[in-house]
Design a binder for this molecule. Structure first.
Ligand code: GLU
Length: 279
């Protein structure tokens, strides 16, 4: 049976774009006789809070969205992500990076698919006794994927499987994880990353169908690589178009688009939102 999920990051109130993604996942689960799960992706403890997480769930319930089983809250499962990271470190697939954001911005000559500076590999060649010394001295560091080492383990083309919403028909999509370079998999201030946590949790929750916004399509190239490295099952993916605002711009929490809470206060009904989004 298919298992779908909606995985919001509670770093602000949910807006219509989230509601669309959640409603779509819940509807697909219902139509296919599958399961619908909610996961709170709150590893970014600098921006997320339990209050915001509760508010996310309140907004979903108000919209009439119900989920099966308990909600998985990522900040309660650090050990699961650490386990995956240790497995990569033990195979020489991660290395510590001591660079500051400023140093990276100054040294980078290319951008990653999110438009951030592509890491130029500065710390990749630090001998391990030197980096161990720095870590012992308490110098803060992130952990980066050694993309060359990772790719060397996997000769041949990379791909993932996309599925169509109505027929659930599948199609193989070429993936190019190399364009992410030596991506951060554990941050300086947070002992994991979105990329590690999402592949670990999708596997732990037995997710079969990932339906999420097109803004995460490029990340799937990396996720398929991590799933292979960690020997995790690979869900099927569908990336839906992002809802746009009146001026054609992407709806996001940062750009003052009305939150579900605001719409509720303004007297908008859940039924009208559902009808507007799923029509
Ligand atoms: N937590 C992510 C977000 O709110 C979504 C993760 C996913 O669906 O894979 O953007």
């Amino acid at each position: 049976m298919p298992i779908f999920r909606f995985a919001p990051s509670p770093n602000g109130r949910l807006h219509l774009g989230h509601a669309y993604s959640a409603l779509l996942n819940a509807k697909l689960a219902q139509q296919t006789g599958g399961t619908f799960l909610v996961r709170i992706e709150d590893i970014d403890i600098t921006r997320c809070s339990p209050t915001l997480a509760d508010q996310c769930l309140t907004d979903l319930l108000w919209l009439g969205i119900e989920w099966d089983e308990g909600v998985r809250i990522q900040s309660e499962h650090w050990a699961d992500y650490t386990g995956a990271l240790i497995s990569l470190i033990s195979r020489d697939l991660l290395y510590p990076c001591f660079c500051t954001r400023k140093e990276i911005a100054e040294a980078a000559t290319q951008k990653d698919p999110d438009g951030a500076p592509l890491y130029p590999g500065t710390c990749r060649h630090i001998p391990s006794h030197e980096s161990e010394n720095l870590i012992e001295q308490g110098v803060s560091h992130s952990w980066r994927l050694n993309m060359d080492n990772a790719l060397a383990l996997m000769p041949g083309p990379h791909s993932y499987t996309r599925f169509a919403l109505h027929s659930l028909a599948t199609q193989s999509v070429a993936a190019n994880p190399a364009r992410w370079g030596d991506v951060i998999l554990a941050r300086k201030e947070i002992p994991t990353s979105y990329h590690i946590s999402v592949v670990v949790d999708d596997a732990l929750q037995n997710i079969t169908h990932v339906v999420r916004g097109a803004d995460l399509e490029a990340a799937t190239d990396l996720h398929t690589l991590l799933q292979t490295l960690l020997n995790l099952p690979k869900p099927l993916y569908h990336h839906h178009p992002l809802l746009t605002g009146e001026e054609g711009d992407k709806l996001s929490k940062s750009k003052n688009s009305p939150s579900i809470a605001q719409l509720r206060e303004d007297g908008v009904t859940p039924a009208s939102i559902r009808q507007q989004l799923l029509a």
